[in-house]
Design a protein around this ligand. Structure first.
Ligand code: ACO
Length: 428
């Protein structure tokens, strides 16, 4: 029997259907509430609003569960390659051997970016933040492939755009890094796998041969998988809402990159390292920083702590903490920042303020430490996140298009002035 919810407004009761998800989550379908009653719902920041029905990622914040297409993040991070996970997210199933080989071959074919795009880099200041460059160049891809602007693309055309995006983002990102450090760009090498090719474009120099360390490539694979999707977060919702106007896929992904850039979202990994460096340089006891984070008059927040949906622990943080330990040990790196991070975690986890608000370390608390150990500069951290998140954004966009979702257009409660007459300039 289908369940219903009753909403009573000024004595009048309205019945609304309840939608049940495959993990038994409940959602009240308010689609008809306004036409029935004249009322809308108000939910600033969409803290309690389901914006769509999605089959991509399942997340249970109370129990720290994250699954892509039904597969646990622990299993995927331990056993799969990032490209396999990308296929899974975008196509719904894990690929068999030949599907995976085709997928990889199709991506490898498109790793170059048009030579004209190289000139864009020359126009940026040498210290330009790589996220700004990446977002602009992703959007610019739509001008190099004008067919992508046609909202009535065939399935094959959409597939081609997806291959291009997956293939070109590592090149665009590595070249943004080269611009940042003032080094010549390195062209993609199609005999390398996805992670190796990216590392080679980042760290290879004309003067010395770069040797890819398998520990580094493995850690990168894991990091990319852990970031690959996270259901309706700020950037995925941005991609879906921009795409819902039938803006092209390149531009929709570019919008996602910009949403990710903010320090409250993907930019937190950069902010964590900057915070740890500040604490290290400052040398005052950690308790002072905890007190600052708790002080509502102080804008300081403990970066890498808290999450909109995880209220017990972030399962990705658990995996990444272990990976950070492994990487530092295998590479023989002793980083004072990791000691500060560990101490800070302990102090915060035992503090009433953080306990009462369920504030736990999130994925970004540790990801920056690994990136740093891999030799990736702070300004590139959020780009690394974007590289990982790309298949998730594509999967979310594709689902929205395939389900023919309407243009995203929330309502509001107007709290401004009532109608008033214009007063001429002389009389004001
Ligand atoms: N440090 C100190 N206090 C915090 C922190 C923090 N990092 N995070 C939340 N709080 C406090 C808030 O001040 C608030 O306190 P109050 O109830 O006394 O007013 C309470 O905890 C609830 O916080 P909200 O901001 O309402 O929670 P929300 O779900 O809106 O925000 C967010 C979540 C943005 C992640 C927040 O915890 C934060 O800013 N964290 C630091 C930034 C960060 O690490 N972002 C990365 C998120 S993960 C990702 O995007 C991959």
């Amino acid at each position: 029997m289908s369940e219903i919810a009753e909403v009573k407004i000024n004595g009048q009761t309205y019945e609304l259907p309840i939608i049940t998800g495959s993990e038994d989550e409940k959602g009240i379908d308010i689609t008809k509430l306004r036409s029935l009653s004249g009322a809308v719902t108000l939910d600033s920041g969409y803290k309690n609003t389901g914006s769509t029905k999605s089959a991509v990622t399942y997340l249970d914040g109370e129990n720290g569960i994250l699954r892509y297409r039904g597969y646990s993040i622990e299993e995927l991070a331990g056993k799969a390659s990032f490209i396999e996970v990308a296929y899974l997210l975008i196509n719904g199933e894990l690929p068999n051997k030949s599907q995976l080989a085709d997928f990889e071959a199709n991506i490898t074919k498109h790793t170059l970016i048009h030579e004209d795009m190289k000139r864009f880099y020359e126009a940026y200041p040498s210290k330009a933040h790589p996220m700004g460059i990446v977002a602009s160049l992703l959007c610019s891809l739509s001008t190099f492939y004008p067919d992508s602007q046609n909202p009535n693309r065939t399935e094959e055309e959409i597939e081609l755009t997806i291959y291009r995006l997956l293939a070109k983002l590592p090149t665009i990102s590595a070249w943004a890094y080269k611009n940042f450090v003032g080094h010549p760009v390195v062209y993609p090498k199609n005999n390398l796998n996805y992670e190796e090719n990216f590392l080679n474009m980042m760290f290879s120099l004309p003067a010395e041969k770069y040797k890819i360390d398998p520990v580094v490539a493995d850690a990168l694979n894991k990091l990319l998988i852990l970031h690959a999707d996270h259901e309706q977060n700020c950037s995925a919702s941005t991609v879906r809402i921009v795409g819902s106007s039938h803006a092209n896929l390149y531009s929709s992904i570019s919008a996602g990159v910009i949403a990710l850039w903010g320090p409250l979202h993907g930019g937190a990994n950069q902010a964590v390292i900057e915070m740890l460096e500040k604490i290290h340089a400052d040398g005052t006891p950690l308790e002072n920083w905890i007190a600052k984070a708790k002080d509502k008059d102080d804008p300081f927040r403990l970066m890498g702590f808290g999450h909109r949906v995880y209220k017990n622990f972030d399962p990705r943080a658990k995996i990444i903490k272990k990976a950070a330990d492994d990487v530092l040990e295998k590479l023989g790196i002793e980083d004072p920042l990791i000691e500060i991070a560990k101490e800070l975690e302990q102090v915060a986890l035992n503090d009433e303020y953080f306990k009462a608000r369920n504030l736990y370390p999130n994925v970004d608390f540790y990801s920056g430490i690994i990136y740093k150990a891999l030799g990736i500069p702070t300004e590139m951290f959020t780009v690394m996140f974007a590289l990982g998140r790309l298949p998730g954004w594509i999967a979310q966009w594709k689902e929205m298009i395939e389900n023919k979702e309407p243009i995203g257009r929330p309502r509001q409660i107007y709290v401004g002035e009532n109608e008033r007459s214009y007063v001429s300039l002389e009389d004001r």
